[in-house]
Write a protein that binds this ligand. Structure first.
Ligand SMILES: Cc1cc2nc3c(=O)[nH]c(=O)nc-3n(C[C@H](O)[C@H](O)[C@H](O)COP(=O)(O)O)c2cc1C
Length: 382
């Protein structure tokens, strides 16, 4: 069978079209947000044009790496921001290039909260957090608990960042409410010990996230807003005593704002470094409650992505490490081709090419004829 004949075969579920609000997606394989730490001085760099366009398909959805909303938002070196004019201008050619190839591009807007260090903070100040609870890793500076009067200003930073993202040309924003960063710190009772209206009950702990959703949706339109949540993970020591209840409460509350999508991370991703038993479809209860589009993520391969879509457990599937290592991932799924194995060593290094834009495409891949050592097994994600 020739490649052309194969393309004519009935589409696999992941490669069927999907209407995401006003966006006509041609397939359901989403580029997950991936911090790459190559934005020197928090400014997106021209090399990101190649990186993102390599992963762009006509009608494919891309979510950018986590992008700081303000000068207190940074948690790691060389992560991009979108609070300054210079950053907005630097994003423009990257976004334009993705659009030129027909991609749909959302900016993940982010505040690291306590997952930061005074060296990344203006005037060497302490990072902010809902509480003064300290991360045990000493790379992070003990945080300063936000006063209730300060909270609206942080919410406003998200609103302004969303406006900036639209100015830069992005099609929308994804609010980063996952993985132990500021929004998640408010959501989870392991970190949030506040006794005011932003802490205590689930309703109170969700208030900060929902204030941001409301402010951002009012600013740029709910049809351009998504949120990423990881109720089940305890990444960065941000866990909750009732993750399912939290996920359901958020899914239900988000309906009030009519946002475009909810993006949730499977519980099996308890941390990026640690692999646990694969559990699928744990997010189905939230998917059922949430009225907008649903994206799931976390340890998916082609087979279980197809299964999730065909069983209506999700609308879209976001791929992180597989997409990082396989710029032509949708094509490889279409042809059921072997996958490049990712190199963890270069996930967060700062080189503008190595481990970034030098993963081979199918046509140029030496591995395409089945060299076993370079192929991934179904759950061989780590
Ligand atoms: C190198 C790397 C960087 C990541 N950066 C982000 C990020 O900026 N924002 C985010 O929400 N998740 C981030 N994640 C998590 C991924 O989006 C994804 O949820 C995770 O890798 C699990 O999906 P996978 O099994 O398809 O890789 C990152 C993961 C990796 C490996």
């Amino acid at each position: 069978m020739t490649e052309k004949d194969q393309v004519k075969q009935p589409k696999i579920p992941l490669l069927t079209p999907y209407k995401l609000g006003k966006f006509e997606l041609t397939h359901r394989v989403v580029l997950a947000p991936l911090t790459r730490q190559r934005s020197y001085g928090n400014i997106p760099q021209p090399h990101a044009i190649l990186y993102y366009t390599q992963r762009t398909t006509k009608g494919g959805l891309l979510i950018s790496e986590a992008t700081g909303v303000s000068d207190t938002a940074t948690g790691y070196e060389h992560t991009p921001g979108i609070w300054s004019k210079e950053q907005i201008e630097a994003w423009k050619p990257i976004v334009d290039a993705v659009h030129a190839k027909g991609g749909i591009f959302f900016c993940q807007i982010w505040h690291a909260g306590r997952v930061s260090n005074k060296n990344f903070q203006p005037n060497g100040q302490a990072p902010i957090s809902p509480s003064d609870k300290v991360l045990t890793d000493e790379n992070f500076t003990p945080p300063r608990k936000l006063s209730i009067e300060e909270i609206p200003f942080v919410v406003d930073d998200f609103r302004i960042a969303a406006r900036h993202a639209i100015e830069a040309g992005f099609d929308g924003v994804e609010i980063h409410g996952a993985h132990g960063y500021l929004v998640d710190q408010f959501l989870k009772d392991n970190v949030n010990d506040r006794t005011d209206e932003y802490g205590g009950s689930m309703e109170n702990r969700c208030r900060f996230a929902l204030d941001i959703v409301k402010a951002v949706a009012n600013e740029i339109g709910a049809d351009k807003v998504g949120i990423r949540l990881s109720p089940f993970t305890d990444y960065m020591q941000s866990g909750d005593s009732d993750p399912k209840g939290l996920g359901l409460y958020m899914a239900k509350s988000l309906n009030e704002y009519d946002i475009l999508y909810c993006h949730m991370v499977e519980p099996r991703m308890i941390s990026i470094e640690e692999k646990i038993e694969c559990q699928h479809h744990s997010l189905v209860p939230m998917r059922k409650v949430f009225k907008g589009s649903f994206i799931c993520a976390g340890w998916y391969n082609m087979e279980d992505g197809n299964k999730a879509v065909s069983e209506n457990a999700t609308d879209l599937v976001a791929y992180g490490r597989l997409f990082l290592a396989n710029p032509d991932l949708p094509k490889r799924f279409e042809l059921n081709a072997p996958l490049n194995k990712y190199n963890r060593e270069t996930f967060y290094t700062s080189h503008p090419v190595h481990g970034y834009t030098d993963y081979p495409f199918l046509e140029s891949s030496k591995d395409s004829e089945g060299e076993k050592s370079t192929l991934l097994g179904p759950f061989d994600c780590d």
